[in-house]
Design a binder for this molecule. Structure first.
Ligand SMILES: NC(=O)c1ccc[n+]([C@@H]2O[C@H](COP(=O)([O-])OP(=O)(O)OC[C@H]3O[C@@H](n4cnc5c(N)ncnc54)[C@H](OP(=O)(O)O)[C@@H]3O)[C@@H](O)[C@H]2O)c1
Length: 273
């Protein structure tokens, strides 16, 4: 893969664990990007591994420990980024935050509280806009700079307890389409990558332990490839999305699910036979 312009930085929100960590590594190692990485500090070993991989690839790695999910955080993050990277330096931005509240909407003893819904929307959807605003208005986006959100199958399937996740992913999809329309004429690209189940910390938090085990089996069986997708596979494709060959993607929800949810009906009817 052609290395990025040496002045180009990738910003990865949620870079210390799961998919975001794999993306940060791959964008540096294969894509040639310097990395500005944000997390809250819950996975210090993961952050250290990312930093080691990025620096071993000869790229710069700057970690900022903060809750990235608010307009104030986006403003501060952009200011910090400008200090280390300078104007027009960001070639690629990835929003890989996972901190949604899980719970039913109306039934049970503890339905989702308005504060939980607001927090989930801020972190999982609105913050994509806040960072896009900050990067664009702050003059940080490099010519042809690209923004990427990450989505899942929750917008297709109705899974108990996952309403807030599903709703924020639906909102994210609309934000992506509108930002693509606004920023496209300036040469920028904004897309959403939708992939299937990857067993990460966030995926584990979303389901009770026993359901999580069952889910892995169901998803594995339901995927025509017969296995689950890995963070590294997602990361490799993200690095492609940051490359010149992906220039024409804009406002797209890109299906990288491996047809994971397309055969649930078949599974029901034939029970895996
Ligand atoms: N795993 C899947 O099956 C799957 C499938 C499709 C799409 N996705 C999407 O992929 C993205 C990443 O998910 P994942 O499964 O890789 O999650 P993960 O392993 O839990 O990683 C989430 C990362 O985000 C950071 N983070 C969370 N909230 C943050 C906040 N408010 N501010 C700053 N950093 C924050 C976490 O570190 P700290 O906790 O230290 O902040 C961590 O580095 C999410 O958008 C998710 O919806 C996941």
């Amino acid at each position: 893969m052609t290395p990025a312009d040496p002045r180009r930085w990738a910003v990865v929100l949620g870079a210390s664990s799961g998919v975001g960590a794999a993306i940060a590594r791959d964008l540096a190692v294969e894509g040639g990007y310097d990395v500005f990485a944000v997390h809250r500090g819950n996975w210090p070993d993961g952050a250290a591994e990312v930093e080691a991989a990025v620096t071993a690839a000869g790229r710069r790695c700057v970690f900022w420990t903060a809750d990235a999910g608010s307009a104030e955080a986006a403003a501060e993050g952009v200011a910090r980024l400008r200090a280390v990277a300078g104007a027009q330096s960001v070639g690629f931005f990835v929003h890989s935050l996972a901190s949604a509240c899980v719970g039913r909407l109306a039934i049970g003893e503890d339905p989702l509280h308005p504060r939980q819904l607001t927090r989930t929307f801020d972190r999982m959807a609105h913050s994509f806009v806040y960072w896009a605003q900050g990067l664009h208005q702050g003059g940080l986006l490099a010519p042809g700079g690209r923004l990427l959100g990450l989505s899942n199958l929750m917008t297709d399937e109705v899974v108990r307890g996952a309403a807030a996740i599903a709703a924020t992913k639906a909102a994210l999809e609309m934000y992506v389409r509108h930002l693509a329309l606004e920023l496209g004429p300036l040469g920028h690209r904004v897309n959403l990558l939708k992939f299937g189940f990857v067993p990460t910390a966030a995926a584990q938090r979303t389901f009770p332990a026993e359901a999580f085990e069952r889910l892995q089996t169901v998803m594995q069986r339901g995927t025509p490839a017969g296995r689950l997708c890995t963070p590294d596979e997602v990361a490799r494709f993200v690095t492609f999305l940051a490359s010149p060959g992906a220039e024409w993607f804009n406002g797209a929800t890109i299906d990288f699910t491996g047809a994971e949810s397309q055969s649930f009906f078949d599974q029901l009817v034939y029970a895996g036979r």
